[in-house]
Design a protein around this ligand. Sequence first.
Ligand code: PMP
Length: 392
Amino acid sequence: MLSTLPPLETDPLWELIRLFKEDKRDHKIDLVIGVYRDESGQTPVFDIVQKAEHWLANNAQSKAYKQLSGNAQFNHHMGQFLLSPDKASAASHCTIQTVGGTGALRVLGDFIHRLSPNATVWNTDPGYINHQPIMEAAGLRVNHFRWQQKEGVLDIESCLSDLSDARRGDILLLHGCCHNPSGIDPTFAQWQAFATFCKNTGVIPLIDMAYQGFGDGPDTDAAGLRWLVSQLDLVLIASSCSKNMGLYCERIGAATIVTKDTAQQTSVRVLLEHIARVNYSMPPDHGAAVAAFVFSHPEQWSAELTQCRLRILTIRQQLGSTLKALGASAELCALAKQKGMFSLLPFSATQMQQLQEKHAIYGTSNGRINIAGLQTHQIRTLANALIDISQW
Ligand code: PMP
């Protein structure tokens, strides 16, 4: 069997991480991996998570199987967090716990393929590195539409023009907030335009909400999603607690399907559970139990989440103003207005290679840098290096 093993390339992101680890230069800066880091360069365990783990260690009663849809308490809280406490009761939704946001995307990809195998998924260009492979692995076709900034905001005309070939039943894959990799988010009016587009064409939105709370705060970050839910008959959502609870390695996320018609919810749940069953039966409980505890201590969680969000915002603004003061181009300075952990530098793969070789600064070859990986004392070094490389 192994004689037919194809010569696959190693994952480019993990290859870069390996190169960074092997780099002996003391001043090296890692802006590759998409994790939040604090001022000391650590990815901290939230205090509320530690509290949850102590509580679970002392109070958990049993390790018996839970249900196919995972931890019911977690699912309930996640539904409310996404859709807001009041609207969750109005909109009928089914939420099942998944293996991270990635698992949610795959479960939803399988769900779409079961019901509509010829649907095309319309993906942003540039987009999250794993969206296309996940949707293709689920058997779906993927097409792209441009996702770029014009006069400081998303150029929605180019999005809608590229989407003019989308057909009824196709899927519009949007990032709920903090677009990865560009940091370009729609304005609320642009979310309304996407809702109108979906309403008029019968295209179904799939919202990937991997960073809720990292942009402008949990409710503002979900405003676009909630508008879509208020306007449309069907919205699919993949969500994750990797970033906003710092639970990365616990692999905790959820797949949510919101339908106007309550009668459809049982069949939706049964199909989602069936898809989980034939993959991994049911998701592991620990991360979900921790997340359920965190959701039910909103004040402490909110304080810690706000701290992360404000650190990213401050670093972003300081980098933007340093670049401006050093005379960087408007294209480079645009990162000051973007949202969340990432921005996309206007650099070619060769320039990114130069940044790595000459300045020991690591970003991905498509120009993505993780602003949340930067420490205050590194801002000036980075700004100078970016100006140097932009002149190549
Ligand atoms: N979607 C996007 C846009 C992401 O950036 C990520 C994480 N990098 C994910 C989904 C997957 O998140 P998780 O770690 O929860 O699987």
